[in-house]
Design a protein around this ligand. Sequence first.
Ligand code: ADP
Length: 166
Amino acid sequence: MPLSHPVIAIYPGSFDPLTRGHEDIARRTLRIADRLIIGVAHHATQTKRGLFSVEERVAVIREVFRDEERVEAVAFQGLLVDFAKELEARFIIRGLRAVSDFEYEFQMAQMNRELWDEVETLFLAPEVDYSFLSSSLVREVFSLGGDVSRFVSPQVLSRLQAMADG
Ligand code: ADP
C-alpha cells in the first residue's frame, strides 16, 4: 500500500465510557489500518443525556491512546457515512460480542453501504475476556458501587470516581 494512500478506518460509537473491550477492538484495528479515527457520536435526536459529555468521552479516549499516534478521537454529528467521506475513510469498524449484536449491526452495515457503496464495514471479535463487556454494564455496576477497575483503563476509572465524588 503506497504511503500516499493510507488505510483509514473509523470506529464509531457512544463510548460512554470507553471500556477495555473498545480498546481491544481499536488496537486490533491497527493491524489492518494505518490510521484509526474513533468517532464519538453526538446523538442530536436523543434527549437522554449520557453519563459523560461527548467532550469528556473524546478527552478520555485521547488520554488512553496518548502513546499511539495512529489513533485519534473526534466527535461527530449526523450521518456516519458523511463523516467517513470527509475523512476519506473507507472502513467502518464495529465490534461483535455475541449473536445478539448481529442483527442490528448487519442492518446498519447494509444501510451504510446503501448510502455510500464505497464503504466497507469490518466486524472484529474482541478478546474473549471482554466479550461480555458493555459501557451500559460498566455504568450500572459502577453506580451500584461495584469494582469496575478490570473493565476500564485507569484514566476512565479516575473520571468515574471524580464524577461520583463530585
Ligand atoms: P453504540 O452506541 O454505537 O453501540 P458503543 O460505544 O456501545 O456504541 O459501541 C461501539 C462499538 O463497539 C459497537 O460496535 C459495539 O458492538 C462495540 N463494542 C462495545 N463493547 C465491546 C466489547 N466489549 N467488545 C467488542 N466490541 C464492543
